[in-house]
Design a binder for this molecule. Structure first.
Ligand code: SF4
Length: 419
């Protein structure tokens, strides 16, 4: 049976921290592998520089720069005794412990926590995360891995508070642990000698992707005496450059839209007339709204290209005003840059519906809906997977429902809260 696994990227406690393309790559590799084995994977990033609740609570957006580098949120915290003599602020970098607690409370059904660790001297941030997990969800086992856990294994076992500590590459060990602890059968195990046999990392779990790390090799062919590379990875492994290029292309395109058209079957609105009459801008909008199907323009196409400038000149659409008072259906037909299947398209929407970025906005319907069923829904797109069509691999049609009044209002409220 599949398990709910919560990945945690803990805080940094330090005098300074700057995001030079820092990503918990090993943890996200584990996420991809666990998914491949049928498990549900979720993610809390304590370092998340875009966490919406931090902004909502009035914390200043950390300064971020092109290509994903920049500052983190931070709070000044007491220095450990051994660092008291240093005349600088000591900080927790990332979200507040209160928000971390709130995030944990959303995952009461978690079966196991996987906590990573980076620089060895950042361990106080790891310990704080584990302590809070134990307070909020005390019965759920915690596995600690990563660089600190590998390089300072005995220290981590003795002081971290984790139930299990993993040293070295975690892939095989985690799957074996799940098998031992909960009888989870391993359905897919990559070849440890072949980096190309690993599933891609679960990068979709990151709230906002502005750069991604791509693995080309693990370990190092040299043995500099001061370096821990050999301890972290005993062998030097390289990927096939063609597979690396494929992965770069995959993340760059992730289906990539060449061009697209939308048609929205849109309920009538206050911009239309109740009975036939003159309308200066759009003659059809002057016709009796509740008695006609009236083709018209849509602001959604313009709004989309403003939001995603790369679609400018490649995306347009129309609306068809229909005689229902609320509840609309969008129909998007797109030509993609790569070939896909219906299953892949629907899986992308399934994944999006679980991605924190789209959670509560995109949903995949399990029911056979009609327009009155979606009145009052807070989602902006309830995708009907049954109607996803793919012609010759790259011509795709997708339809999705939305409450054109309430869904819009919900997004507006969220935006106002952010501002
Ligand atoms: S310092 Fe470490 S990673 Fe760099 S060349 Fe030496 S062994 Fe390799």
């Amino acid at each position: 049976m599949s398990k709910n696994i919560l990945l945690i990227n803990p805080w940094i406690h330090d005098f300074a921290a700057y995001d030079l393309w820092l990503k918990p790559l090993g943890l996200l590799y584990l996420g991809g592998l666990l998914r491949q084995n049928g498990h549900q994977v979720h993610f809390i990033d304590c370092l998340d520089p875009y966490h919406p609740v931090m902004l909502r609570e009035g914390h200043k957006q950390p300064q971020r720069h092109t290509y994903g580098r920049g500052k983190f949120f931070r709070q000044v915290i007491p220095k450990p005794d051994s660092l008291k003599m240093i005349p600088k602020n000591y900080c927790r970098y990332g979200i507040t412990p209160e928000i971390f607690r709130q995030e944990l409370n959303k995952h009461q059904d978690t079966d196991i926590f996987l906590v990573t660790s980076m620089m060895t001297y950042w361990y106080p941030g790891v310990f704080e995360a584990i302590k809070i997990i134990k307070e909020v969800l005390p019965k759920i086992p915690i596995v600690l891995g990563g660089k600190y856990a590998t390089l300072c294994y005995e220290h981590a076992v003795k002081y971290s508070g984790a139930d299990f500590v993993i040293s070295g590459a975690g892939e095989k060990q985690i799957l074996n642990l799940l098998q031992d602890v909960s009888g989870e059968k391993i359905s897919f195990m990559p070849d440890e000698e072949k980096l190309d046999s690993y599933p891609y990392p679960a990068f979709d779990l990151i709230r906002k992707i502005d750069q991604l790390p791509i693995t080309t090799s693990r370990g190092c062919p040299y043995r500099c005496s001061y370096c821990c590379s050999y301890i972290l990875n005993k062998k030097f492994l390289r990927r096939d450059p063609i597979n690396v290029a494929d992965e770069i292309e995959y993340w760059h395109n992730k289906f990539g839209v060449k061009k697209a058209l939308l048609t929205t079957a849109h309920s009538y609105t206050a911009t239309q007339s109740l009975v036939d009459g003159p309308a200066a801008k759009d003659f059809r909008r002057g016709r009796a709204a509740a008695a006609n199907i009236a083709p018209s323009t849509t602001g959604a196409a313009i709004a989309t290209t403003l939001t995603i400038p790369s679609l400018k000149g490649k995306f347009d659409g129309i609306s068809i005003r229909v005689p229902s008072i609320c509840g609309s259906l969008i129909d998007v037909t797109a030509v993609l840059k790569k070939k896909v299947t219906v299953e892949q398209v629907n899986k992308a929407f399934e994944d999006a519906s679980k991605n924190p970025l789209w959670k509560g906005i995109v949903m995949v319907s399990k029911d056979q809906l009609v327009s009155t069923d979606i009145l009052g829904t807070t989602y902006s797109a309830i995708v009907e997977p049954e109607f996803t069509k793919v012609i010759d691999g790259d011509l795709v049609k997708v339809i999705a429902w939305y409450d054109n009044e309430y869904g819009y209002s919900c997004r507006l409220v969220e935006m106002v809260e952010k501002m």
